[in-house]
Design a binder for this molecule. Structure first.
Ligand code: DX5
Ligand code: ZN
Length: 229
C-alpha cells in the first residue's frame, strides 16, 4: 500500500488547523522543519508541532532540515512527532543521532540530498525505519522533480531488499500526478506532496487524485523488488 504524505509547507499557515483537517484522507502529515542554515529557508519549530498534534489523527512525519539535529530530537519527539527524519549531511555523528531518535520512542528516518551518495547510509540501515530520498534540493516547495532520482530510488530499494529489513522509501519534492507513478515503479512507497495537494482547490480531492494516478501500483505490497537487484 502506497502512503500519501501532504507537506504543510505549501499550506496557508494562517489557517493551519483547517488545512491539516482538510487532508484527513491522507496517510501521514509531512511537517518540514527548516533552520535557515542547513537550507536557505526558515519554517517552524516544536511549539507549532505541539499545537498540531491534537488537530490531526495522522501520524506526524517530521522532516528535520536543520543542522545538528541531535540537539532537537528530544524536543520534537516530546512535541508529538511520530517519525523523525534527519539528514545525513546535517550531522557528523549519524549513528549517534539515529540512535537518539530511536531512544526517544519515535520511528527513525534518514534523508539524503540529491547529490549525496547512497552508500552514506549503507552502514546505518539496521537503525532506520525509513529512507527519504530527496527528489529536489531541499528548502522550498514547488520545485521541479529531478529525474535522475529515479535511478537512486531503484538503487535504494535494492539496498533495502538486500538488507532484508522492512524499510519505507519516501520521496520528497516535485511529486504530482505525473511523477508519482514513476517513483512508485522505481520502488518508493511513501510520497510527500506539497504544492500538488495544498496548491489545489481541494486538498482532499488532490490526495484522491494522486492515489488514482497510481492506478493498480497504489495497491502494491511494499518490499517487492521492482527494478533491479
Ligand atoms: C522541500 C520540502 C518538501 C516540500 C515539497 O525541501 O522538504 O517537503 O514541501 O514540496 P513540493 O511537493 O511542492 O515539491
Ligand atoms: Zn520535506
Amino acid at each position: 500500500m502506497i502512503k500519501i504524505a501532504p507537506s504543510i509547507l505549501s499550506s496557508d499557515f494562517s489557517i493551519l488547523a483547517e488545512e491539516v483537517a482538510s487532508v484527513k484522507n491522507a496517510d501521514l502529515l509531512h511537517v518540514d522543519i527548516m533552520d535557515g542554515h542547513f537550507v536557505p529557508n526558515i519554517t517552524i519549530g516544536p511549539p507549532v508541532v505541539r499545537c498540531l498534534r491534537p488537530r490531526t489523527g495522522l501520524p506526524m512525519d517530521v522532516h528535520l532540515m536543520i543542522e545538528r539535529p541531535e540537539n532537537y530530537i528530544r524536543q520534537f519527539a516530546d512535541a508529538g512527532a511520530d517519525i523523525l527524519t534527519i539528514h545525513v549531511e546535517a550531522t557528523t555523528h549519524l549513528n549517534r543521532a539515529l540512535n537518539m531518535v530511536a531512544e526517544s520512542g519515535v520511528k527513525v528516518g534518514v534523508a539524503l540530498n540529491p547529490a549525496t551518495p547512497l552508500c552514506f547510509i549503507e552502514d546505518v540501515l539496521d537503525l532506520v525505519d525509513m529512507i527519504l530520498i530527496m527528489t529536489v534540493n531541499p528548502g522550498f516547495g514547488g520545485q521541479e522533480f529531478i529525474k535522475s532520482s529515479l535511478d537512486r530510488i531503484a538503487r535504494a530499494r535494492a539496498m533495502v531488499e538486500r538488507s532484508g529489513r522492512n524499510i519505507d522509501i519516501e520521496v520528497d519534492g516535485g511529486i504530482a500526478n505525473d511523477t508519482a507513478p514513476l517513483v512508485v515503479k522505481a520502488g518508493a512507497n511513501v510520497l510527500v506532496a506539497g504544492q500538488a495537494i495544498f496548491g489545489a482547490d481541494s486538498p482532499s480531492k488532490a490526495v484522491e487524485d494522486l492515489r488514482r494516478a497510481l492506478g493498480p501500483l497504489g495497491q502494491e505490497a511494499v518490499g517487492v523488488p521492482r527494478v533491479r537487484a
